[in-house]
Design a protein around this ligand. Structure first.
Ligand code: C2E
Ligand code: SIN
Ligand code: SIN
Ligand code: FE
Ligand code: FE
Length: 378
């Protein structure tokens, strides 16, 4: 990266072909192996900027549902948005036209509002629509202020940026699709969890709380933020198998008979059966959690009687989150316990029902958990 910046700073004239090739190879290798949409947008913007010696380059994507153009200025930060009919980017998008401008302030389509806010002075502008595989316009590449001495973009710049746009359109489309699939999965999983919860007549926010507690436990245990988030997204499904358990068992006010309890235990296998066919990451994690959240560290849990680290870490984490929430909440078959009694149970069950290391983590982050308990109280 440093090397590329040096080239840009030293040059006052357009790039030589070998410098262009260097830039193209650099970014193509980055873009070809990148699935993260934020990073793709940033790499593509940088590639455009370096190729045509623009001061700024932005790749705006069109959201047809919200009628906005949006982009990322840094990985992970909130998206920047603007209405899809505003300014030069909006014009290029709506008309599906390339725009070349030497002096933006002489063009009625230019909206100087942003300059006024930021103090930046826009002069030359190049905007190129980006098409998806079906030939629909999915966004625009916008370059601002040519850094060469004449200060204007050329026909060659347009060709280069168009080439970059057509190359990166494919990578973008596939990343967008992935993101859409993942978002859809998150929503379906959360909704299914809520359905399971309403069937099982548990208290209102049980699945939400189990999700939040599980994430905190995962982070404090030392799992990565993205894996911890995966557990949060997948754990609301832990009791989805209860949709298949008869109402008179689920709602029974007193203690279950042995036969009733063994029917109840089937919710783990049923949930696993519902989820296990998927190869998607979120659903695979949800399947593991549905299957293993009632396994116990000493091997006396169900359905498999797994022991110790045979139990997947997702199962061990969700087990603690689930039992904690069950104990501090009212159930149709029991009243909520005092916090002291709950803490004592976890101490007694350390290394018996629960992973001892996770119990330590849990007790260590109890304050954080209690904040979430209040935040998502029923
Ligand atoms: P749940 O109500 O969500 O409880 C989840 C887990 O929290 C239970 O798993 C158990 O490990 C723990 N837990 C809940 N209440 C108590 C308690 O009073 N003492 C102790 N030591 N642990 C408790 P478990 O036992 O496998 O039960 C699975 C599910 O079966 C429960 O989910 C609940 O839906 C149902 N269930 C269990 N026992 C009874 C019961 O006596 N009557 C009724 N109606 N349902 C029950
Ligand atoms: C959702 O997409 O609303 C569910 C994800 C979560 O917050 O657990
Ligand atoms: C399970 O045993 O719950 C599932 C483990 C897996 O499918 O990877
Ligand atoms: Fe359960
Ligand atoms: Fe539960």
């Amino acid at each position: 990266m440093h090397e590329l910046q040096d080239i840009k700073i030293k040059l006052k004239e357009n790039l030589a072909p070998e410098q262009m090739l260097h830039i193209i190879f650099h970014y193509v290798s980055l873009i070809a192996s990148e699935k993260d949409l934020d990073l793709l947008l940033l790499y593509m913007a940088d590639m455009g900027r370096d190729l045509i010696l623009a001061d700024r380059c932005t790749l705006w994507l069109h959201n047809k549902e919200t009628h906005q153009l949006w982009t990322k200025v840094a990985h992970g930060v909130k998206a920047l948005t603007m209405p899809d009919e505003v300014g030069l980017a909006g014009y290029a998008l709506m008309k599906n036209e390339t725009i070349f401008i030497e002096d933006a302030y002489k063009d009625p389509r230019f909206n100087p509002e942003m300059d006024l806010k930021t103090g930046y002075h826009t002069q030359s502008v190049l905007v190129i629509p980006i098409q998806n595989q079906n030939g629909e316009t999915m966004g625009v590449y916008q370059a601002i202020n040519k850094l060469t001495s004449d200060g204007v973009f050329s026909l060659q710049d347009m060709n280069l940026l168009s080439l970059a746009a057509s190359y990166s359109g494919k990578a973008l489309e596939s990343a967008l699709l992935d993101q859409e699939i993942e978002q859809t999965q998150r929503e379906i999983i959360f909704t299914m969890g809520v359905i399971g919860e309403s069937r099982s007549k548990e208290t209102g926010n049980h699945v939400k709380r189990v999700a939040e507690y599980s994430k905190v436990l995962a982070l404090n245990y030392g799992l990565s933020p993205s894996e911890s988030d995966l557990i949060k997204v997948a754990s609301p499904m832990h009791d989805i198998g209860k949709v298949a358990i008869p109402d008179d068992i689920l709602k029974k006010p007193g203690k279950l008979s042995d036969e009733e309890f063994s029917m109840m235990q089937a919710h783990t296998e049923i949930g696993y059966g519902l989820l296990k066919e998927s190869h998607r990451k979120i659903l695979r994690s949800a399947a593991i959690i549905a299957h293993q959240h009632h396994e116990k560290w000493n091997g006396t849990g169900y359905p498999k009687g797994l022991k110790g680290e045979e139990i997947h870490i997702y199962g061990r984490i969700t087990a603690i989150a689930d039992v904690f929430d069950a104990l501090v909440s009212d159930r149709c078959y029991k009243k909520a316990w005092d916090l002291d009694r709950v803490i004592n149970l976890f101490k007694e069950e350390r290394g018996v029902q629960f992973d001892p290391k996770l119990v330590d983590v849990f007790l260590g982050c109890l304050e954080e958990i209690l904040v979430l308990k209040d935040k998502y109280a029923d």
